[in-house]
Design a protein around this ligand. Structure first.
Ligand code: SF4
Length: 418
């Protein structure tokens, strides 16, 4: 979950009457406390989530009988499925047997959420769309701000307005709630539009792919995007929404595999997908101009088909398929380079890294570099500097040009005239 997504999910729970909060921000204490229970073989996201959850137990007024941790799970070959059982084990060791772990999974239709599962599916989806969009606006505006901190401030305020609307129980879940949320995003958009910017600044567009948690957690990836921006970069970070689209495709694929291609379940999946699409369009309508040239694929199949020559999605599973396919998609949209953010020893990252040289060769030699994170200090600036040299070289000879947003052209022209 991204920082923004966690806040939106907490707001969705608040709508349902649950006093929910994102886990505390990561810091040194996160690794210190996690280090007591982990051996170093675990993935970085596991250490960060365990550490941050345990920090909750240190907060003043903490009452285990009134606490539940929200930790979704999934089946599959990677270690994510172990996070939740491991958290239970650690809590048991600490004597917190009564802390409930809410552990929804797509495999059981999120039934562990009980009566909340239906409303949470909708509120959670809207929360993800909104929080993804607000973070994307931050990445669109921050490289061009002329008043330092203005874009972060606009992001913070926009997210606050959006989460307040999401948590507002006076508006029922339905068309009215969607309009309320679209209105909140429009207000957020105007906050971004009001910040002083210089869109005539030259930037390089860098696409960011990789493991979901690490690429979205600024603490885990040492705020890589902010560091990149100091090199004159505009980042295009792959959002969480793409994972939801991907799980829909997987659901359909599995139903076909088990001979249920024409079944009520399949119909439900197709209807769900249609509804999700229409809600996404409704929510993002006010932001269309902000994302010109940065359009997400209309259908996740556009990503999966681009991955096909390297990692056929019928056989390979998970983020690696999305990262490779998205790298090709970003190249076609005119990116000047691709960065894959992955936790150290992440099997998705390792597999992708072995494939990227071929992807790069097929895409005019676009620089693609994997950055691994393990929670220890690295000489990131130096590595980013070398990567940016490659980016500048590629940028001079590339044939795929990125489309520019209309607003930026107008503002850039006005700026030049001034
Ligand atoms: S995707 Fe990578 S980091 Fe995440 S749980 Fe799986 S192996 Fe670990």
């Amino acid at each position: 979950m991204s920082d923004e997504g966690a806040r939106a999910f907490a707001a969705a729970f608040k709508y349902l009457g649950v006093d929910a909060h994102p886990s505390p921000d990561g810091d040194e204490r996160t690794y210190e406390i996690a280090g007591r229970f982990t051996s170093g073989d675990e993935c970085l996201p596991e250490r960060v989530t365990i550490g941050d959850f345990l920090k909750v137990t240190e907060q003043p007024g903490f009452d285990p009988a009134k606490t539940a941790f929200f930790m979704p799970t999934a089946s599959g070959p990677c270690r994510f499925g172990q996070y939740s059982p491991f958290l239970s084990q650690v809590l048991r060791e600490l004597g917190y047997d009564d802390i409930l772990i809410v552990c929804p999974t797509s495999a059981d239709g999120y039934s562990s959420l009980g009566e909340y599962s239906g409303p949470m599916m909708r509120l959670g989806w809207w929360g993800l769309i909104g929080s993804d969009a607000i973070r994307k606006m931050l990445h669109v505006y921050r490289p061009y701000e002329t008043k330092r901190g203005a874009a972060d401030e606009a992001c913070e305020r926009s997210l606050g307005i959006f989460c307040e609307a999401l948590a507002d129980p006076s508006v029922p879940i339905g068309a009215k709630k969607l309009s309320q949320l679209a209105g909140a995003l429009e207000t957020g958009r105007d906050l971004f539009r009001a910040i002083p910017v210089d869109f005539s600044r030259e930037t390089r567009l860098i696409g960011i792919v990789g493991e979901i948690f690490c690429r979205l957690s600024t603490f885990s990836n040492e705020d890589l995007i902010r560091r990149l921006e100091t090199f004159g970069v505009q980042a295009w970070l792959s959002d969480i929404g793409e994972w939801v689209w991907y799980t829909n495709v997987e659901q359909e694929k599995n139903l076909r595999l088990y001979g249920r291609g024409f079944s009520l379940e399949m119909l439900k999946v197709k209807i769900k997908k249609r509804v999700q699409h229409s809600h996404e369009e409704r929510l993002l309508a006010p932001l269309r101009d902000e994302f010109i040239g940065l359009e997400e694929p209309h259908d996740i199949m556009e990503v999966l088909e681009r991955s096909q020559p390297y990692l056929p999605y019928h056989g390979s599973l998970g983020e690696m398929v999305l990262s490779v396919g998205k790298a090709v998609y970003l190249y076609e949209k005119g990116a000047d380079g691709i960065i894959d953010i992955s936790p150290f020893t992440c099997m998705n990252g390792v597999i992708c890294e072995s494939i990227y040289p071929r992807v790069s060769r097929d895409c005019e030699g676009i620089p693609i570099r994997t950055f691994y994170f393990d929670g220890t200090q690295t000489d990131l600036e130096n590595d980013l500097g070398i990567f940016m040299e490659l980016v500048h070289n590629y940028s001079r000879r590339k044939t795929k040009r990125r489309a520019r947003r209309r607003g930026s052209c107008r503002r850039a022209a006005a700026h030049s005239a001034a």
